[in-house]
Ligand binder design. Structure first.
Ligand code: NAP
Length: 294
């Protein structure tokens, strides 16, 4: 994370006696971009709220959620490794959280903990922001882990035709059976990419390949042509341009990193907690300040 001076508009609002608290629980949580992103948003909204990082060990999750409620915390984001374990600790779940099998946002309403998942909505908003409407399009999803579940749920709901490629194809088959019946499934290798990528309008990387500090990684071997008419959406956002994105751009395709999804899932959480329209530009500015890029 940068130690550069923070512009005043990105600083957290002052903490007062009536300040409301929101935050993120994860283990570890030090590298989360959510605190600067949300505090910049709270400032832009003029709210006397504060967003804090809470490192919570796996064995402390239930106690942390009970404690947050008792302390009057308005809501929490939930990150690795607590997204699945939080499901059973909620008083109610949204259909998206139930289907995806993960909670990424909690709102405390009266004495109830409501579990939401804003990743799918954030992903679709990020696609829309780069001019992509997945309805009826051929989409290739690389990976079948936790992030892929939100992406597949979103794309299936939007009416895309899906192909799921994963290192462990059985996991992709289980994901397809659950969330996208009718999707094609194959191993993530050069032969499958050659077979399934021509004609794809959207390629989504949900694997961590290419992510810092292993930026040399890529799910797409250089000898396989990338479909030039596709949008490459890489969920990785650190670095801001991955090897996969470079390959796609060289082939003439459009490419986006995953910062849009991160910002829009955060924006959806903020809307749930505050009822206000989230200041997306301020959230991007804070993330860009932290991560670099534009
Ligand atoms: P995960 O549950 O651990 O799943 C990882 C997936 O990548 C699995 O399908 C795994 O295949 C595959 N994979 C891992 N290493 C691989 C390798 N060396 N070769 C081929 N495939 C490999 O992780 P996750 O929570 O889904 O997160 C995945 C990525 O998405 C991370 O980079 C994360 O930061 C990013 N993400 C971004 C956002 C955003 O808002 N932009 C949101 C969520 C996640 P197997 O099934 O064979 O193990």
């Amino acid at each position: 994370m940068t130690t550069r001076a923070w512009p005043a508009e990105l600083l957290p609002p002052p903490v007062l006696g009536h300040t409301r608290v929101v935050g993120v629980i994860g283990w570890p949580v030090e590298h989360s971009v959510s605190p600067p992103m949300h505090n910049a948003a709270l400032r832009a909204l003029g709210l006397e709220w504060c967003y804090l990082p809470f490192p919570v060990r796996p064995e402390g999750l239930a106690e942390a959620l009970r404690g947050a409620r008792a302390l009057g915390v308005r809501g929490l984001n939930v990150t690795v490794p607590h997204k699945q374990a939080s499901l059973a600790l909620m008083d109610a779940l949204t259909p998206a959280a139930r289907a995806i099998g993960a909670v990424n946002t909690v709102s405390f309403e009266d004495d109830r903990a409501l579990g939401h998942n804003t990743d799918a909505e954030g992903f679709l908003s990020a696609l829309a922001a780069v001019g992509c409407d997945p309805r009826g399009c051929d989409a290739l999803v690389l990976g079948a882990g936790g992030a892929a579940r939100a992406v597949v749920y979103a794309l299936a709901g939007a009416g895309a035709r899906l192909t799921l490629l994963n290192r462990t194809p059985e996991r992709a088959a289980a994901l397809a059976a659950e969330l996208a019946p009718g999707a094609a499934v194959a191993p993530l290798d050069a032969a499958s990419l050659r077979r399934y990528s021509p004609g794809a309008a959207l390629v989504v990387n949900t694997t961590p390949l290419g992510m810092w500090p292993h930026a040399e990684g890529t799910p797409w071997p250089a000898e396989v042509a990338f479909p030039g008419g596709a949008l490459c959406y890489d969920l990785v956002y650190n670095p801001r341009e991955t090897r996969l994105m470079r390959l796609a751009r060289t082939a003439g395709a459009a490419a986006s990193d995953g910062l849009g999804m991160l910002v829009h899932q955060g924006a959806a959480a903020l809307r749930l907690w505050t009822g206000l329209a989230p200041p997306v530009a301020a959230m991007f500015a804070a993330c860009t300040h932290v991560l670099g890029g534009s």
